[in-house]
Structure formats: C-alpha cells, structure tokens
Design a protein around this ligand. Structure first.
Ligand code: UTP
Length: 526
C-alpha cells in the first residue's frame, strides 16, 4: 500500500491505497466509531513510511468484528445474569456454540469409541493404505504456534531433541510421510513414484518465513517440494482487559495468531499473495477426500496414520479424533465428552473437580478421553465449517503483552497478564459434528507433547526424547535384537513407520548408541 496523494504528512488526510483505497480520514472515522481511535495517538510523530505501514495494518483489521469477538468472548466467560440466563451475545454473525455447560457434560459413550488395539485395526490399516495409494489422503500440519512455553527462538518443528540422528520434529514428520508413501505403494502394488501425500503446512506470521526457509535449506527432507504447501493462519489484535487494541510500538498494533482453530478460515484464503489457490480449492482439484490433521509438537505422531484414516473411512465419519486415556484426575489435558446431542472438548480448567474424579463401574476415570489434537476430516466436511464458524465464540487467553502506554509513549513490559489474545480452537467444530468418530490409541505409541522448556517435569524436550527412544527400543527388541543397558538405538522413519520392517536387526546385540537410517548402519552399533 502507498499513501496515494503524497499527504502522508501527519495531517491525517493521506490516502491509504490498499485494496479498498481507504483514506486516512475514513480509517480514523472507522476506528473512532469503534471506540478505538487511540491507535492513532502517535500518528503525528511517525515518519511517512511508518504512517504507511500503520495505515496498511489498520486497513487490514476489521475493527468492528474485533469488538464483536471481544464482547462475545467476554459474555461467554461471564457468569449467568441474575435471572439465570447467559448474557446475550452481540451481532447476528456470532451466537453461542451449542454445547451445554461443562457441569452438564456426560462421559463419552462406549459405543462412540473404537480402539486401535481392536482386531479390526488390520482391516482399517488396509483401507487406509489403499486410500493413501489412491492419492485421496492428505496431511495437514498445525505449525502456527509461537511455542512461548518452550522458549525456543525458532518454530517448534525445528526443535532438535538431541536424538542420535539430530533429526528435528519436522524431519521426523517428513520421514514418516516418505515411508508411508513407500508402504502404501508396496501395499497396492504401485510404483513408489506414483504415490504422493500432499503436506499442507499451516504457519502464522511469526513462523512462516523461518519455516519455509528451513524446509528449503533441508531440501524438503527428500520430499517433492511441489507436494508441500505452506499457508498461513490469520491474526487478531491483542486487547487490553477493557477491549482496547494494544500497540506493540507507536506505529504498530500488537497482533497474535488467532489460535489453531484459525485453521478453518485459513483453508479458504489464498495460500500466498501470488495465487488464488486455497487449500480447499487444491483439495478439490486433486480429488483428495480425506485429511489427517495434527500438531507439530507430538514427536510420536503417526502422520496420515492408515489405521485412523481407514477406521474413519469405514465408519463413514466426517470428522474424527484420536484420544488417549487420561492418567490422573488432575492431568492438564482437555477431554472429549458428551455435551448435549454431540461431543465436545472440556478443557481441564473447566472440568468440575467432581467430574474429573468421577469413576465408572470398572473404577476407571469416567471422563478419560484425553484429546490429543489429532483429527480426521473429509474434504466435504471442511467445506461446511464456514457456516459453523458463525456460531463459535472465541476463547480468551490472558497474557502479559508488551505494549506502548498511550498516555506517556513509554514501552511497558508487564509482569502480570495485562490483556488478552483471542483464539479459536481446532476442536471448536466438534459440537457441530453429528457423529464424531473417536479412536482410542496407546499413549506410549502415539502421544508425547513438547510444550515446556528444557528441565520441566512434563512435556519437555527430555520427555519427548525419552518417549520416542523408548518406543524405538520396544520395536528393536520386538524385532529380535538385544540392547545393552544405557545404550540408545534410534530407528529413523527411513527404515520404519511404526515398527514394521525391522527384521534386519534380529539377532544383533547393540552395545553402542546411534541412529539407524539404513540396514548398513547396524554394523557400527553392535
Ligand atoms: P499450543 O496451543 O500448545 O501452542 O499449540 P504453542 O504455540 O505450540 O505453545 P505456547 O502455548 O505458545 O507455549 C498446539 C498446536 O497448535 C498449533 C501449534 O503450532 C501446535 O502444533 N498452533 C497453536 C497453531 O497452529 N496456531 C496457533 O495460533 C496456536
């Protein structure tokens, strides 16, 4: 955007030549009407370039929508009014989600859940592998988060867990895609070159440039670059507790990614500025019918898991979710539960203690189904999410947000949460799904999250590394090898997707730690 009439001179009369040629006067009026005119507080002190940049940013924000999202999120958070009714929501395009309150939730009915350890799993795997071989499956990675708890400067997927192979999380996931392509080709008797899984990588403003550069530097981990599609989730302004836009600097509104549920809207936007192609249009153009979506921070993720995909296809599911058993009542995981006519996730902070402790007849936790953000969708389902979004309410995440004090111009770095980021979650669609297909999987085989900084007790780089190597140790032992105490043997996705194909280690005793990416690597470790 440029300031068209050369008046970007502090007189608030330049023209912001963005899509809509919004004049500065119009922009000012829009923000004044929205009660957000303070964003222009430092306008006169900005140089022409800074004014242009601020005007571009302001023109890109639908400030009335932001206000509405704020009011609705606050209303949804507020306790019922004196008459016992929930506070009214504002605006015709956002209403309350259909989920009843957590207090009214019921446990997930047994018949809703399939298990990956069931005898049916072999058949599901066959169905899933065939779908992959037919080119009807794609993978969707959520990698837009900023990983603030982990505290690494780079996107989480680049994190080096300190494995013998030095593989990053992205490298592991790419390796599993490559391996699965080969397995599916062999299963269907096809040429491996003819089986391709498309990998849609959702980034955000902060993570996109570094992520794209890293993939290029790593030569797409051996994948065809044409099969990797980057796209970007949206952002929303961060707000003070009373709903005012916070300024990151005198000429910049503080914005943050709109949560992993920003995925759905992002699927409908062009994947970059040089194309009209959206993820949804690409799915249709390529005849892709099934999508496996997962989070970047699970080192055990079975990317495009044929068992899960096959199970959901067989059950004719539009949307599916993997769950693992919650370990203790106080574990900080959201659970999938019955909420009214459908299922929904109850976050751990919302689950009443009595329900968290509740046991079933067998003595197991009644609310046991921990959600691990590992989802299945049909393309047809993703087409319908836009209509659901109008009924979803954003969540409030209270954070410490560095900003400029409007009165003094001072840069503040609060020690306590001073405002909020507004987010939608990927599971916010569940209440709208008539029959969510839930698959219980073994945590030790499928889930270990990387959330916290090194040295933390749980969900840390150390626990991720431990869980991944422990799984691979089990595979190597099951294949008929032995491993000396203290020795760590890594089997990378180059040789196995899920423990299969390791016959070549049988009879060996591993006495040295190291990574096996080819059968020839065994010799150096025994
Ligand atoms: P988390 O909610 O754990 O967030 O993301 P995070 O960014 O990784 O970590 P914190 O909360 O800042 O410490 C779960 C998954 O959702 C993705 C993340 O990349 C991760 O795969 N995510 C999260 C997005 O894609 N976009 C977002 O806006 C937030």
């Amino acid at each position: 955007m440029t300031i068209t009439n050369g008046h970007a001179n502090g007189h608030a009369n330049g023209h912001a030549n963005g899509n809509g040629h919004a004049s500065i006067a119009t922009l000012r009026k829009t923000y004044e009407d929205a009660g957000q005119s303070h964003v222009f507080s430092f306008w006169d002190k900005l140089n022409a370039g800074e004014q242009e940049s601020l005007a571009t940013q302001l023109a890109s924000i639908d400030v009335a929508r932001v206000n509405r999202i704020y009011r609705n999120a606050m209303a949804a958070e507020a306790p019922p009014t004196a008459d016992g009714l929930a506070p009214p929501l504002v605006g015709k395009d956002i209403s309350r989600s259909p989920s009843p309150a957590p207090e009214e939730a019921g446990p997930l009915p047994e018949e809703a859940v399939a298990s990956s350890s069931s005898p049916d799993a072999a058949r599901w795997r066959d169905v899933g592998l065939r779908a992959v071989a037919d080119g009807t499956v794609a993978v969707l990675l959520l990698a837009g988060g900023q990983g603030s708890r982990l505290g690494s400067p780079n996107p989480k997927g680049m994190y080096d867990l300190g494995l013998p192979s030095s593989n990053s999380l992205f490298a592991y996931q790419a390796g599993r895609i490559r391996k699965l392509q080969a397995l599916a080709a062999a299963h269907a008797g096809k040429d491996p070159k003819d089986v391709r899984l498309r990998w849609y990588v959702m980034t955000s403003g902060p993570t996109r440039p570094v992520t794209e550069a890293y993939f290029a530097e790593m030569k797409y981990f051996g994948l065809d670059p044409n099969d990797v599609v980057f796209f970007e989730q949206g952002v929303l302004p961060a707000l003070s507790n009373d709903g005012k836009l916070l300024l990151a600097g005198p000429g910049k509104v503080f914005t943050a990614p709109d949560g992993n549920g920003g995925l759905y809207a992002a699927l409908r936007r062009p994947v970059n500025a040089n194309t009209d192609m959206t993820v949804l249009s690409d799915l249709h153009a390529r005849g892709i019918k099934y999508i496996h979506a997962y989070c970047v921070d699970n080192c055990l993720v079975k990317v495009a898991d044929p068992v899960f995909v096959g199970c959901c296809i067989e059950r004719d599911a539009q949307c599916g979710a993997k769950v693992v058993r919650k370990t203790i009542p106080t574990e900080s995981v959201g659970v999938i539960a019955k909420r009214g006519e459908a299922y929904g996730v109850i976050e751990y902070s919302e689950l009443p203690a009595a329900k968290a402790e509740q046991r079933d007849a067998k003595g197991d936790l009644a609310f046991w189904a921990a959600n691990i953000a590992n989802h299945f969708y049909t393309t047809d389902f993703l087409d319908t999410v836009e209509a659901m979004e109008r009924k979803m309410v954003f969540h409030i995440a209270r954070k410490k947000i560095p900003h400029v004090d409007i009165a003094t111009g001072e840069q503040l770095n609060p020690k306590e949460p001073n405002g909020m980021k507004l987010e939608m979650f990927i599971f916010d669609v569940f209440p709208f799904v008539p029959a969510l297909s839930v698959l219980e999987v073994d945590r030790a085989e499928e889930f270990s999250g990387l959330k916290n900084a090194p040295g933390s007790k749980s969900d840390s780089p150390e626990t991720s590394r431990r869980d991944l190597l422990a799984q691979q140790r089990r595979w190597v032992l099951a294949a008929g090898a032995t491993i000396a105490d203290g020795v760590e043997v890594e089997v990378t996705p180059d040789v196995t997707y899920g423990g299969e194909g390791l016959e070549f280690v049988a009879g060996n005793n591993f006495v040295r730690s190291g990574a096996i990416g080819r059968p020839e690597d065994v010799a150096a470790l025994v």
